[in-house]
Design a protein around this ligand. Sequence first.
Ligand code: NAP
Length: 549
Amino acid sequence: MTSISQNSSTATRRLDVVIVGAGFGGMYAVHKFNAMGLKIQGYEAGSDVGGVWYWNRYPGARVDLPSIDYSFGFSPEVEQEWTWSEQFAAQPELLRYINFVADRLDLRRHIQFNTRVTSAEWDDARQVWVVKTDQGDVVEATYCIMATGPLSIPKDPEIPGIGRFKGELLRAGRWPHQPVSYAGKRVGVIGTGSTGIQIVQEVGPQAGELFVFQRTPSFTMPMRNVPLEPDYVAEVKRNYAGLRESARNSPAGGIRPASTRAFFSVTPAQRLSLMEDAWKQGGLAMLGTFSDLLVNEEANEHVAEFVRGKIGEMVKDPVTAEKLKPRGYPIFARRPCLDSSYYETFNLPTVHLMDCNEDPILEITDKGVRTQSGEVELDMLIFATGYDGLTGAMLAVDVQGRDGLRVSRKWSEGARSYLGIMMAGFPNLFMTTGPNGPAALANIIRISENDVDWIADAMRHMSATGQTAMEPTAEAEDGWMKTVAALSQRSLLNKAKTWYLGANVKDKPQGLSMFTGGFPKYREYCALATQDGYRAHFTFDPVTGSASS
Ligand code: NAP
């Protein structure tokens, strides 16, 4: 593809593409657009590549999808040269993989690290994005790619007094790079989502005492992680192309167990036997046991009760076990967690479950956490309190489109987009894994690859037809938002207060802003958008005379 950048006589550097973020989406974008011969610049706030896996170095951090599935599929060389050691890789191995990819594809020379993009403003007269950073950079680019990720803005709990704590205060999503010691310390963890669960099972046996502040218990199932045998790895490497293809064609964009069997279509004895098998098998097997778990509340409750029974078997103290049993929302409506010893950790005499519903946290003090019943003195306090998900990272940048329209205004009543990739009023601005796409409901790497490939095709189309700016029509965006809303109405995901709905952030517009129709259907919609020369869903600006080099 011909680069459309021009040498500028001014000091402002003129680029074809600015890419914000160097996680999976940003890394693939850098590779792809560079290979297309475009003049690119990546910016990343961290000191290196990796996105969430760069920041989340907390103890026990581990992917809960199979590693072979949770890896790039666009490069056969990378697939053949990298060997995963475990079914579910831990964060250090994931970061080694990400660094291997960056080295192998020589990505770092296109990325400026320790640099946060602060604003991006569309100059309609010149049809460029003017992008500024906290390091004083000002660049202009035809295209701006926001590969900022759905989970990159960690959220502190809304508890007064955080600044007063004199002990060690650690945030899961901003974990220090140096080793942390828990030995002999009184440690508190606030938050019992996927992150808190991984931290608790790791820190519990090491800490002098561990206090787990739980507001909403999560359902977690056994991960049953195993090392990957060389024969298995060799087989996977022979079949990667087929594996990627079947992942792209599966609802969650990954090799996950799935079933066409409805819960009540089999006898109670068969259901029990299937659930026992899934429990023994571990991983996300339970989610794939029946087809209707996310739409049939009664079926869902049966599975939830089965898991509650297992919690009761694993936790010795019946009062603690009861408190750990999630109630009041459907299983899988919060993100399903996988653990290796979470519930058993509460059998240690040094690990204490603090029930924030029975005994609410009032404030953080200089010594620890004050609850209604008294003060818990701590040497270390860990926040595993989640993220401003889906929209937080986009809104952290002052993005201004046509006629001064800001994303913050456009999204004031909830995120709006077309396919989770583009927005009306924001020409040539693209998101990867954006809101209203499948986001957290499918394999994030498959979505990133899909989105970057789609963006590349759109750029090629514009280059081939001599056009300089494209954006979805308001009708296309409205239609997409209606599709997303209609699908989400049926989903039980609406029945739990989660970051999926924006429920964890005060004053955030509420609603399930993810496409729940499955990854293959999403890809169909992406393909549909390009038909007929993109004419049905997009408007294009004509050639302005600057599109050659
Ligand atoms: P999360 O699921 O949003 O959980 C945050 C936790 O903090 C919740 O238990 C929440 O309780 C609690 N909390 C927040 N404010 C509180 C307060 N003031 N007092 C007491 N508790 C409070 O966040 P997360 O665990 O970081 O997970 C976010 C997402 O990251 C996951 O859904 C998953 O997509 C991803 N993740 C993936 C992996 C993996 O692949 N292995 C690991 C970690 C995370 P309430 O529910 O009551 O608000």
